[in-house]
Unconditional design. Structure first.
Length: 352
């Protein structure tokens, strides 16, 4: 039950023991709730908005691909759609996947930004950046990706002990046109859209509740959207490091470039792995990882020397503690349903 206190003094000097209480002051009536409660309510509203965006994402993925297929069928009569069955070339299927992934992921969170009245210049910080900062950040991120890949591999081995084998390998289409579209989506479109969503609209909108809170929240959602428990450690670590470099540089382009380089190199390693003899694949991977770690360490030392305050993270000045902010964010109604759906996809992928 909400408690009310009668205070005869100046209401501005009142500090109630219960931060959720209202204050009654003679001549003023009931004052507005204290700032800490207002902050939590605002966080809950934003969290519900994010949860609604995630739910809308699932709704769009249910019918947007078929709408695009119906549109393609108008211009390509060879495409046949029989209920949930589609008869089309692999290039058309890959094109539909590309377009639907962009629409389904970008649109819901852009709607969240508009309804939250977040200025677009805040949601999309696209200022110019220095190449002397961006290049070392790329090598540091590649070194972190090695830690993430090893962590994901260890987690995969642990799950295999329980006969759980999530699928983590990329499926490369056989048709040339489809393979080109797949490479375009993986190396260009996906990094651009995902950075604008996770390090742009989600991260920048939630920064009003603290940079560290927004950074970790966006990294958690980024990992869960991969839909694979084995990939989650790598995605979470990469979400943290890319988000931090975006935060420090003040530019989304830094995150986009890091993401693109990481995906391009991963795609190239997969292609090379398909032509290398099996006995040389492990050696090749170890050499690449060693290069990433050594160059990443050198880049880190260069950044520390050139930017002494780069890794001095400023503490949040919000009224609520970090624990309370996470509790409020993950307990809002729509966010709970969104997390259940994301978790269900992860579980389904493990037992499929």
């Amino acid at each position: 039950m909400t408690r009310y206190y009668k205070v005869p003094s100046d209401p501005s000097s009142y500090r109630p023991d219960d931060p959720n209480s209202y204050t009654y002051v003679d001549g003023y009536g009931f004052t507005p709730p204290p700032p800490i409660l207002t902050e939590r309510r605002l966080l809950q509203r934003y969290s519900n908005g994010l949860g609604f965006s995630i739910l809308l994402y699932f709704i769009l993925t249910a019918f947007v691909p078929f709408l695009i297929l119906w549109g393609c069928a108008v211009f390509r009569p060879a495409i046949r759609i029989y209920g949930n069955q589609v008869l089309a070339s692999s290039s058309i299927i890959q094109l539909v996947n590309l377009l639907s992934s962009v629409i389904c992921l970008f649109l819901p969170f852009f709607l969240f930004v508009l309804l939250s009245h977040v200025p677009l210049r805040i949601a999309f910080p696209l200022r110019r950046f220095s190449s002397s900062l961006c290049v070392p950040c790329i090598f540091v991120s590649l070194a972190v990706s090695v830690v993430g890949v090893v962590s994901s591999s260890l987690l995969g081995n642990l799950l295999s002990l329980f006969s759980l084998t999530p699928h983590t390998s990329l499926y490369l289409p056989e048709e040339t046109g489809a393979r080109v579209l797949f490479g375009l989506q993986l190396c260009l479109i996906a990094p651009l859209v995902e950075e604008f969503v996770f390090r742009g609209m989600i991260f920048q909108s939630m920064r009003r509740f603290g940079d560290s809170f927004a950074l970790i929240l966006s990294a958690i959602l980024f990992a869960m959207f991969h839909g694979n428990l084995v990939q989650a450690p790598n995605a979470f670590l990469m979400g943290l490091v890319i988000g931090y470099f975006v935060l420090y540089s003040g530019s989304l382009w830094v995150g986009v470039i890091i993401h693109m380089v990481n995906n391009i190199l991963s795609f190239a390693m997969d292609l090379i792995g398909t032509v290398l003899p099996t006995e040389y694949q492990a050696v090749f991977t170890l050499c690449i990882f060693a290069f990433y770690l050594i160059s990443g360490l050198a880049a880190l030392l260069l950044l520390v020397r050139k930017y002494p305050n780069m890794f001095m993270f400023i503490r949040s000045t919000t009224l609520s503690t970090e624990r309370i902010k996470y509790r409020v964010a993950f307990s809002s109604v729509t966010m709970v349903f969104a997390l259940i759906l994301l978790s269900a996809i992860i579980v389904q992928n493990m037992i499929a």
